[in-house]
Ligand binder design. Sequence first.
Ligand code: PMP
Length: 308
Amino acid sequence: MDGELRPWDDSKLHVGCEAVNRGLNVYEGLKGYWQANGSFGIVSIRRHYERLRRSARLLHIPCDATYEHYESAVFQLVSAQAHPDRDMWARTTLFVVEGHWGEGTIADLVVTAYHQNKQPPAPIRLGVSTWRRSVDVALPARIKTSTNYQVARMARVEGRALGCQEMVLLNHWGRVAECTGACVLMVREGTVYTPPATEGALESITLDLIESLANSMGIPFVRRPIDRTELLVADEIGICGTLAELALARSIEGLPLSEESPLLSALQKRYLEAVKGIVPHPAIELSMLPESVGVAPSFSDPGWRRTK
Ligand code: PMP
């Protein structure tokens, strides 16, 4: 926070800033895995940085941090927090800490990191929410900002009462947009389908990686609009995202799905092999942490402050 490694309890935002009053921020979630060779690799950092910049541009939030600052901030925190038995998820958030209605906007890049279980994702019960993804001219799904997750939160609350771990959000036209924190994959007759981002989904990095894996494995992969009823008659359904990885659905709106899921299981296995460095794939870029993992480093100044 503000270019410094700080204890959790000392990481504070002012109650009067736009990040608090209007929920003004853009963010990225990054996943890091212990690698087969004992090093620690973070998936697609550069792509996350680029998407953060695009989100920031759309919300008129200045992003002074260069890629090098961004990578160094993530490395520093992850190095300090890494534990041999746990993978990690890091959230990089650009909070608007000064300014008013777009004037004098100053943002702070804040990184927080969380330990994660190493187990592959368990199959989930998936529902379809009565809440909808907003349209591009209201709250664009392309912008990864916390305010975009208010409807996702309502859908999760709705889903919990139904025993569902994730919920599909339909778009304004009643077609599949995405889940609350992941994209939707569906298999029909040997082809994997997913809706394009223009249906109201985040431009997912994991989806691109899985498409590349599918291409290498000779699995047909098509982006096209998906009707709600297609989900109900699909052969297999899965969800994918940085944190969700590739999780299989075992039911959709209470209707059971086959436990086999041969195509999505194969893609899940291949994805996890690639991100853990067991069987690398050229589409999956891993940035390896410098040596000092697990030791709070006496790190050098990252060269970036929120006020200059
Ligand atoms: N949609 C939403 C709403 C998400 O929060 C996420 C997770 N970032 C995704 C899709 C998947 O995106 P990615 O693969 O880049 O993590």
